[in-house]
Design a protein. Structure first.
Length: 227
């Protein structure tokens, strides 16, 4: 994912303070795991990561400890860090939590304010462009944003924070699914359109039904019923 920065007049790149070394390693590894540069089963070594980011091994250890707490890697002393694959149980747990939160959010979003509809239209158009360009990592991010916007529209900050805790797991699962099931992106876009149309028409039952079908597909994936 690319970003661009514009510095104020008179400010040079050197004048911009870099994040701490451990934060840079953390971001590097985490993004690599989420966009599948480091796939499940990959063994990362402190030396390789230190060279890749241009830091010493001490901040690498600090960053890896943080990532282990988040459940993305498993540390093995004197060997390195193993990137944990997405498990069937993880998928099932995320699906169960998403259904609880998102079905409630879809019902609460009706009647949908114009601002919500406009934002969802914008995200759906962006995801279509990203999918057409083959940028699956970006499409997964936009996919997650589409659902998060609906959840946040309810105004429940506690529920929104709970949902945000699923962000990294959702992104990782989303990218993995798009790569292993490339035909799924077209179905995802169609279901997003159905959700949007149901919210626009004020049909809460229809919105909940589509959300259930849309997210429930992943439960079939977890049980090995999707080929």
């Amino acid at each position: 994912m690319r970003t661009c920065c514009i510095y104020p007049v008179g400010m040079t790149l050197a004048a911009v303070k870099q994040p701490p070394a451990a934060d840079r390693v953390y971001t590097h590894v985490k993004q690599g795991v989420l966009d599948r540069r480091y796939e499940g089963g990959t063994l990362l070594t402190e030396g390789e990561l230190a060279d890749a980011v241009g830091v010493s091994r001490t901040p690498v250890r600090e960053a890896l400890l943080r990532l282990e707490v988040e459940g993305l890697i498993k540390l093995y002393p004197k060997k390195g860090a193993l990137v944990l694959p997405v498990s069937a149980q993880e998928i099932a747990d995320v699906v169960e939590t998403r259904l609880l939160v998102e079905e409630h959010a879809a019902r609460k979003a009706v009647p949908a304010p114009p601002g919500l509809i406009e934002r969802l239209e914008e995200l759906l158009a962006r995801q279509k462009e990203q999918a057409a360009a083959g940028d699956l990592a970006a499409a997964a991010v936009t996919d997650r944003c589409f659902h998060a916007v609906i959840v946040r529209s309810g105004g429940n900050e506690i529920l929104s924070r709970l949902y945000d805790q699923l962000r990294d797991r959702q992104l990782r699962m989303g990218v993995a699914v798009m790569h292993s099931h490339p035909d799924r992106i077209a179905k995802t876009l169609a279901e997003h359109r159905e959700i949007l149309d149901a919210l626009r028409s004020g049909d809460a039952d229809a919105a909940v039904d589509v959300v259930h079908r849309h997210i429930g597909w992943f439960s079939h994936l977890a049980r090995g019923e999707v080929r």
